[in-house]
Design a protein around this ligand. Structure first.
Ligand code: ADP
Length: 489
């Protein structure tokens, strides 16, 4: 493998370029109109223009990307995450055009791309699953019957769902019909597939996922867990490894279960098996993501393994060079996704220019980003600016390091999740490791972000201004008095 095209943008394109460079592999970046002068397009050995800014005309344009790769002599394509990374047709076309897709086979992607097919595939492997249906539900009365036999609250989910979309919580039978029709129409408009199914709604879950690596020779290992329970809109904002609730036995058991899930679809490459863990530490298989995950750096910190390097090695047919017994957890890592979102406005995405952009640095601090000062955050793509990852010898020092890094990360021009990250680092439930996926609803309110020091500084400035105005007024009165006195004379 001499040249890789990276079919992605921003921080993840830069992340792949970094490892490719280390391995002596040449890189081709692709870019859209909005990314014409972006950091990622400048960092690769070559850059190819894809088309106008909307993803459909650039980063999702399969034929154009494959044509660019062939024209420039790439022998492999890395899809990153998002965009075409879980598109089986793309993976197949890459192979049909004589190149290597750095990821699993189209077969594995297809199976795990459908939550229902995934459940069917793992059925014979004795993996605990959230109680629910394993077939799409269509007939409303039958669906209601199933829901009441599972017991409310339940969750209606789109089989083709992703990114936290296509999920509806139903608290009682009275709401079932309306929520189901909403779920179906949402699933059709977002994914072009209206299949929905029912799952028990786990009321106080933690989202814990296992990183796996598999080669094409039947070897599969796991690289422990990541805890991703700090979420908004069912999507992750903060992730950490290891989880503060897993015992070594449970970690081992869930790791073994994840390996079985990977084997159920003949997986190769890096992948993530997601579980929900309830209050009694029962775990349930949720889904498998067949790509590199956004939050992979926390795993890299605690294992010392470069996941992109192993993706590339496996893709070129090498056997895994690491054994399960070689792996040990060392220290603790936490990642904050720095989004251009306003936590004070329900995490509403923001756009604009990064007027000030200064990143922190120091021991155990890693910033994976795709922007520079003066760049615009485009409206066309995911609003993530960067990932800030902090490492420490233990959880306590990782939290302290993250707080330090947040204090030294200076962004102005757009609202960001940095202040929210600081709030989490200072929250008792988080510090104690006692939290679930409802953390934001339970503990966070915009008022919590009001910085007392900032408030005090603003109050002092206002008082100063007031006193100065008073002084000026007195002076004017004094002058007027003198003038009057003179006039009277
Ligand atoms: P997506 O593919 O859209 O990311 P997932 O199935 O991975 O959807 O779930 C995303 C999040 O939604 C989980 O991390 C969790 O917070 C919540 N969730 C999903 N299924 C359940 C469930 N059965 N009970 C409670 N929460 C759930």
């Amino acid at each position: 493998m001499k040249k890789i095209l990276i079919a992605n943008r921003g921080e993840i394109a830069l992340r792949v370029i970094k490892t490719a460079k280390k391995m002596g592999i040449k890189t081709i970046a692709v870019y859209s109109e909005a990314d014409r002068n972006s950091k990622h397009s400048r960092a690769a050995d070559e850059a190819a223009f894809l088309g106008s800014s909307p993803s459909s005309e650039s980063y999702l344009n399969i034929d154009k990307i494959i044509a660019c790769a062939k024209e420039r002599g790439a022998d492999a394509i890395h899809p990153g995450y998002g965009f075409l990374s879980e598109n089986a047709t793309f993976a197949r076309k890459v192979e049909e055009n004589g190149m290597i897709f750095i990821g699993p086979s189209p077969y594995s992607i297809t199976i795990m791309g459908s939550k229902l097919e995934a459940k069917a595939a793992v059925k014979n492997y004795n993996i605990p699953m959230v109680p629910g249906t394993d077939q799409p539900v269509t007939e409303i009365n039958k669906a209601k019957e199933i829901a009441s036999s599972i017991g409310y609250p339940i969750l209606i989910k789109a089989s083709a769902g992703g990114g936290g979309k296509g999920m509806r919580i139903v608290e009682s039978e009275a709401d079932f019909e309306s929520q189901m029709s909403r779920a179906v129409s949402e699933a059709i408009s977002a994914f072009g597939d209206g299949s929905v199914f029912i799952e028990k709604y786990i009321t106080s879950p933690r989202h814990i996922e296992i990183q796996i690596l598999a080669d094409k020779h039947g070897n599969t290992i796991h690289l422990f867990e990541r805890e991703c329970s700090i979420q908004r809109r069912h999507q992750k904002v903060i992730e950490e490894a290891p989880s503060s609730i897993l015992s070594p036995e449970l970690r081992n058991e869930m790791g073994e279960a994840a390996i079985k899930v990977a084997k159920s679809c003949h997986y190769s490459g890096a992948g993530t098996v997601e579980f929900l863990v309830d209050e009694s530490n029962n775990y349930y298989f949720l889904e498998m993501n067949t790509r590199l995950q956004v939050e992979h750096p926390v795993t890299e910190f605690i294992t010392g393994i470069d996941l992109v390097e192993h993706q590339i090695r496996v893709a070129r047919g090498e056997e895994l060079s690491i054994l399960q017994t070689d792996l040990k957890i060392k220290g603790h890592a936490i990642e904050l996704r720095v989004y251009a979102e306003d936590p004070e406005k329900n995490f509403l995405p923001d756009i604009g220019e990064l007027k000030q952009y200064e990143i922190p640095s120091g021991d155990g601090i890693r910033v994976d980003d795709g922007y520079e000062q003066g760049d615009e955050i485009p409206i066309y793509y995911d609003p993530m600016i960067a990932k800030l990852i902090a490492y420490g010898n233990d959880r306590h020092s990782a939290i302290a390091n993250l707080k330090f890094a947040i204090d030294h990360y200076h962004i102005s021009g757009v609202a960001t999740t940095l202040k929210f990250g600081k709030f989490v680092c200072e929250n008792k439930a988080f510090i104690d490791g006692q939290y679930d996926t409802h953390f934001i609803n339970k503990y966070f309110s915009p008022e919590a972000l009001i910085d007392e020091n900032e408030e005090m500084a603003a109050a002092i400035a206002a008082l100063k201004h007031y006193l100065e105005q008073q002084k000026k007024l007195k002076l004017i009165h004094h002058q007027n008095d003198n003038w009057l006195k003179r006039m009277k004379k």
